[in-house]
Design a protein around this ligand. Sequence first.
Ligand code: NAD
Length: 481
Amino acid sequence: MIEEKQISRIVEQVLKELGSKTNPCSQSSRRWLGVFDTMEGALAAAEKAYEMFRNYSIEQREKIISAIRKLTLENAEVMAKMAVEETGMGNVYHKILKHQLVANKTPGTEDLSTAAWSGDRGLTLVEMAPYGVIGAITPSTNPSETVICNSIGMIAAGNAVVFNPHPHAVNVSNYAVDLVNRAIASAGGPENLVCSVYKPTLQTADVMMKHPSVKLLVATGGPGVVKALLSSGKKAIGAGAGNPPVIVDETADIKKAAKDIIDGATFDNNLPCIAEKEVFALEEIADELIHYMQQNGAYLIKGQEIDKLVKVVLTEKEEQQGEGCTDRPKRKLMINKKWVGKDAALILKEIGITVGNDIRCIICETDADHPFVMEELMMPILPIVRVKNLEDAIRLAVKAEHGNRHTAHMHSKNIDNLTKFAKAIGTTIFVKNAPSYAGIGVDSEGYTTFTIAGPTGEGLTSAKTFTRQRRCVLVDSLSIV
Ligand code: NAD
């Protein structure tokens, strides 16, 4: 694997060679493959591509997917650097790992299977068939990773796809769209099988969601987009927000738990929806846990430092509750997006604390209702709540997860305790005794995805998620005499 220190130099060189290509909206005359001025144009092109693609064999689909994997690996550094530059969030080295993960562990056509019944009366098959054109909305936190991961799964299933990427990550997302189309072309596939627009907006998303040629919608993002998708009246797969709690009980290997939690919570500066967002520690091991966290790059803040940090990373908004003059506006805390995905040292500097490069996470003790616990910060800030017993830990962790059905983590050697928490929280991903990223196949078994559909129940999406079932029946008429 490439060394961290080499990356910057390589990426600078590649970006220089690419020149204005990094900004498709610039004066450059270069048009990106599959990227259109209008959503209507993108949809028409994808529809045409699908009409051709539906005649392709599964072997041809797999050839295309191999080409996408190869080109993704070759461009991992460029996309990682572009994403950090464009969004101002995350960590280049971790984003490289995320692209490598997508290239290597997103399932292809091997994910599809056919069920068959054969007997005296003939043969019945249930096959996984494509939907046609899929409309997909992607986030700013894993922009190109999601475009490539969705493309592999959707193409493997025989579909075409039109993306409406996050406006704040449009360049890197469309770089990925262009990359996928280049790979498709090199493998003999149809042009514009994967499309997007140069200027995605809520209006272009609306056009996409309402368009009759779009047969399936897939959204990866926060609660707003999932709600919009589910109100569309179409078949929709919603991968929504998380706020994963971690419980550490007295039976855990505390030294390892501390390292795993900090490794997971700092991965890409806590941007992943699966990353540890708050810790519930049994009081008999809390001090030891904090001690080992500090030995693993965590900086402990206390008292007024915590209050200062709240003012920096959260903003207060007044929301009118009713129309009557007696209704007082409700004060609501919101995340200050300026600090999402930023380095811990930069955030600490804002509250007057200077630390070295070895500090990668800010930890603090809070109560269970603290906004750091209840809000999905997506910053390397980890609140730790001391709890008296496992029952309290589970109750409070379930509350902090907000019923997202997303992800939860636990460090314990007690099977009964692990089972109790897993049953109570009922999340799509439950990671035991490992960093959060084990949940998406990093240093663990199983495939990866960047679209985890908790709200609509498909779970960790893959090619088969993007298919519809089709039954094909052959009756042996000679046997029905
Ligand atoms: P976001 O919700 O701000 O944006 C996601 C996408 O939805 C963007 O393309 C945005 O333009 C679009 N969008 C937002 N509101 C919309 C609406 N009303 N109609 C149409 N489109 C709309 O999310 P983000 O900040 O880019 O990403 C972070 C969030 O996404 C976090 O909440 C995180 O937990 C979640 N996420 C979930 C998964 C998952 O697999 N479940 C993966 C990544 C991120």
